[in-house]
Ligand binder design. Structure first.
Ligand code: NDP
Length: 299
């Protein structure tokens, strides 16, 4: 009998003989768009796979992931709240997964579980696809949780002039900036931390930003991390505001629109990080078109 637990949502490899089986694991997971995105990549590249969902109970990620791979599963995407558990589970981490401190993509090779983090590369590719110049830009990154940490390395690699990390708890922003101090120096970027409230103060934050990325979870509860006073310092009409939350015009995006700035939600990041995972699993030469999948999801 299979050891995949009862909350397996069409992700037990033993039920799909002859197919390579993948899954996304998160809790909750029913809302996830990853199965639809990966099935489209499989169709585009004319590959037959099955991609399901797994909803491990909190504290049970390692058990469920090990059962999935033991039953023949080939690869797994990992989302909230299991990215740290996935990092601990992996036998081998890519350099960018180590830097991100979290894993969103797992696969098995020669009996070992490998872990990577494709979130930051996904964000950078989505920004570039939307015509955003990161090199030399002044960037404000809101949030200091897992998503913020995951995108720090890929953003700094693009050599922005400045990256300011602002968080509700300033200690977490300080800690994150400390972790990336040397990396930022190596990429000629000025890296600083702030408390969110410092963004109201024109002495502490004198200039507006080219790119403002919301990596907080505030949008999920229809809030913005920016106060009305901060908004007037942060955005000018040439700014670009990017919210990692997707599927709605968030309060943060509305603030930016009122200042005349351009905005984007995080759906493109989701599709692009999935594209990286698909290429890792199925071979870099797999013929996929993430931007057309993104357009389909938006219609
Ligand atoms: P974490 O729980 O690790 O971090 C949450 C962050 O949000 C912390 O910095 C926290 O601040 C801050 N925060 C939460 N609520 C508020 C609020 N009301 N006002 C101000 N700050 C707040 O979550 P993640 O970093 O993993 O995820 C953040 C968001 O990014 C989520 O909404 C997630 O869905 C999204 N995401 C999207 C992806 C995509 O592909 N589009 C990929 C990854 C994540 P504090 O430290 O002070 O508590």
């Amino acid at each position: 009998m299979s050891s995949i637990p009862a909350n397996d949502l069409h992700a037990d490899p033993s039920r799909f003989p002859g197919l390579d089986v993948y899954a996304v694991a998160g809790n909750p997971i029913s809302h996830s768009k990853s199965p639809a995105i990966h099935q489209r990549f499989a169709e585009q590249s004319k590959q037959a796979i099955h991609y399901g969902r797994l909803q491990p109970a909190i504290g049970e990620f390692a058990k469920v992931a090990k059962s999935f791979f033991a039953a023949g599963g080939k690869g797994m995407n990992v989302t909230v709240p299991f990215k740290l558990d996935a990092q601990v589970l992996a036998d081998v981490l890519t350099p960018r997964a180590k830097l991100a401190g979290a894993v969103n993509t797992l696969w098995i090779k020669e009996g070992k579980i490998y872990g990577d983090n494709t979130d930051g590369a996904g964000l950078v590719r989505d920004l570039v696809a939307q015509g955003i110049q990161i090199r030399g830009a002044r960037i404000l990154l809101l949030g200091a949780g897992g998503a913020a940490r995951g995108v720090m390395g890929p953003l700094l690699e693009q050599e922005p002039a400045q990256l300011i990390v602002a968080n509700r708890s300033s200690a977490k922003a300080d800690e994150l900036v400390g972790l990336f101090h040397d990396f930022a120096n190596n990429h000629h970027a000025q890296l600083e931390s702030r408390a969110l409230l410092d963004l109201e103060d024109q002495i502490k934050t004198p200039l507006a930003f080219d790119l403002v990325i919301n990596a907080t979870a505030a949008g999920l509860s229809d809030q913005s991390p920016l106060t009305a006073q901060a908004v007037s310092h942060v955005f000018v009409p040439s700014s670009f505001a990017y919210d990692m939350v997707y599927g709605k015009t968030t309060a943060f995006m509305q603030q930016a629109l009122h200042r005349g700035a351009r905005v984007s939600d995080g759906l493109g990041m989701l599709v692009e990080q999935a594209a990286d995972a698909f290429l890792i699993w199925r071979g870099a030469d797999a013929s996929i078109d993430p931007r057309s999948v993104l357009s389909e999801l938006r219609t």
